[in-house]
Write a protein that binds this ligand. Structure first.
Ligand code: ASP
Ligand code: MG
Length: 423
């Protein structure tokens, strides 16, 4: 008998039927003799609908109030789920993030968890009840205001609670059977990975794989909390994310964990930057003062005749406007010619710990892109990842071609997308 934390995403609890189906599963886990803590997301697309609603009332809603509004979505699903479980004869009690002891910093819309004090959850478990916790929310230590952890943040609530409760496993239920070698919506023959290491999963999540929230993987690695990603619509075993060190010798271990893609970035080019010491620093200081997180950076060799160079970088599209304004303000001081903004780009990344010991991965990746007629605009690498920026309309082709080149195809279609609108 141990503690199991289960997290159910919005598509698993999209309607009354879904809530009842999930309640059944939770009761089964309780009957198996486990203490069960459930973290739940808002029903279906209701978080998006609340955002739309807020924007109709005010073009720039106050972050404090937006957080207050969005946390209502998870309150609805947690209460309904507790009722459905009660109806099956199992006691269940729901708690907001704040009641569950999720303490965060004060940055609305992207709060970081700084402590978890789940006293009330332990009490509920002590009486034999199932505890249901609203995902994606907490309370600020300083201001005592309600905060949210950023889109997709319920995954992080679940892992943080699992770590604080010293649970045996954190199960993350969604509408696909696990982590696939590519997004099944692009590559229907993508293969389910039975296990992935924390470091590979971190790269996948950072490169746009939406199956898990990036911070939840960071948390899991820090506390060595195994995550089992699986579907609430089937009973198939999913993907285990853990440190599989004992199996490091396993020759069967895949070289490549998967191909990820991301359409959320934009590219800015600063044209005609004088090639002098300190100019790049000035540009990136301005961006950092504007709180902008950069991804890839490329500086071209300066033309000998002019001694001018171009600097390009990628950033979240949502920060595009802020970055362009910040750079315009320093045009005089830096003395660059102009700025180019391009949001018709996409990032395609190949990830796998096996790259460390297998030469030739980059060559094969680039050859596959070339054969598919995809032009590479920028490149960046880590020890276990190669990422390229391509034209947005070519993202799907690039992902499929890469997936094929590395023989990641499953023999038969495994990737069933059971629910969700993909919104
Ligand atoms: N409901 C929130 C969202 O849609 C949090 C989550 O689902 O994890 O982003
Ligand atoms: Mg999610």
């Amino acid at each position: 008998m141990g503690i199991v934390v289960q997290k159910y995403g919005g598509s698993s609890v999209a309607d009354a039927e879904g809530i009842k189906r999930v309640a059944q599963r939770i009761v089964e886990a309780r009957k198996d003799g486990n203490d069960v803590v459930v973290v739940v997301s808002a029903m279906g697309d209701s978080t998006d609908e609340l955002i739309d609603l807020a924007e109709r009332v005010s073009p720039l809603p106050a972050p404090r109030e937006l957080d207050m509004l969005l946390t209502a979505g998870e309150r609805i699903s947690m209460a309904l789920l507790a009722m459905a479980i009660g109806n099956l004869g199992q006691e269940a009690r729901s708690f907001t993030g704040s009641q569950a002891g999720v303490i965060t910093d004060g940055s609305h819309g992207k709060a970081k968890i700084i402590d978890v004090t789940p006293g009330r959850i332990e009490q509920a478990l002590g009486t034999g009840a199932v505890a249901i916790v609203a995902g994606f929310q907490g309370v600020s230590q300083d201001t005592k205001d309600i905060t949210t952890l950023g889109r997709g943040g319920s995954d992080t609530t679940a892992v943080a609670l699992a770590a604080a409760l010293k649970a045996d496993v954190c199960e993350i239920y969604s509408d696909v059977d696990g982590v696939f070698t590519a997004d099944p919506r692009i590559v229907p023959t993508a293969r389910k990975q039975s296990r992935i290491s924390y470091e590979e999963m971190l790269e996948m999540a950072a490169c746009g794989a939406k199956i898990l929230h990036l911070r939840c993987v960071e948390y899991a690695r820090r506390y060595d909390m195994p995550i089992h990603v699986r579907s609430s619509f089937s009973h198939h075993s999913g993907t285990w994310i853990a440190d599989h060190e004992a199996e490091a010798e396993d020759m069967e271990k895949a070289i490549i964990a998967g191909v990820a893609h991301d359409r959320s970035e934009a590219k800015i080019t600063v044209v005609g930057v004088p090639d002098r010491v300190g100019e790049a620093a000035r540009i990136f200081e301005a961006l950092s003062d504007a709180q902008i997180n950069l991804d890839m950076i490329v500086q071209n060799v300066s033309a000998a005749a002019t001694n001018l160079t171009d600097i390009s970088f990628t950033l979240p599209r949502s920060d595009g406007q802020t970055a362009m304004s910040a750079l315009s303000r320093i045009q005089e001081v830096v003395g660059y010619d102009s700025l180019l903004y391009d949001d018709q780009i996409g990032k395609v990344s190949l990830i796998g710990a096996g790259m460390r010991s297998h030469p030739g991965v980059t060559a094969k990746f680039f050859a596959a892109l070339a054969a598919a007629g995809v032009n590479i605009e920028m490149i960046s690498t880590s020890e276990i990842r190669i990422s390229v920026i391509v034209d947005e309309p070519q993202v799907d082709d690039a992902v499929s071609a890469t997936h094929r080149a590395f023989d990641l195809e499953a023999a038969e279609v495994e990737a069933v997308v059971y629910g969700g609108t993909g919104r």
